[in-house]
Ligand binder design. Structure first.
Ligand SMILES: [Zn+2]
Length: 115
């Protein structure tokens, strides 16, 4: 039991607004089990968050299977699904070679091939 001053860290984690229903592939274990989280780590004093470690929350892709977290800046595919295209390239394909073109109608796009 600790009744003295206790320092530590606390990480706030919540689903990122607008991306709650997004499910993306985990690049660590390969499962389509990743969700987009907002994570914000704070320094705590007596269990009270007082100083944030960063000015802004991290936006990360988290996997509940392997507990792997990855910043969304390394996941252009995720940013594309969330409509983050840095203001340009809205028409461009986020993945695949240029000139690939949209998939034909009736063909499900991005169907995972894993067995
Ligand atoms: Zn995983």
């Amino acid at each position: 039991m600790f009744f003295f001053f206790t320092c530590g860290t606390h990480t706030f984690t919540s689903r990122l607004a607008g991306a709650e229903n997004l499910t993306v592939q985990c690049q660590n274990c390969g499962n389509f089990s990743g969700h987009v989280y907002k994570r914000w780590e704070w320094f705590t004093f007596c269990f009270i968050p007082v100083i944030p470690f960063s000015l802004k929350p991290y936006k990360e892709v988290g996997c509940h299977i392997c507990n792997f977290y990855q910043d969304t800046k390394y996941r252009p595919d995720v940013q594309g699904q969330m409509g983050w295209n840095n203001g340009q390239g809205q028409q461009g394909m986020m993945m695949g070679p240029p000139g690939h073109g949209p998939p034909p109608a009736g063909v499900p796009q991005q169907h995972p091939q894993y067995k």
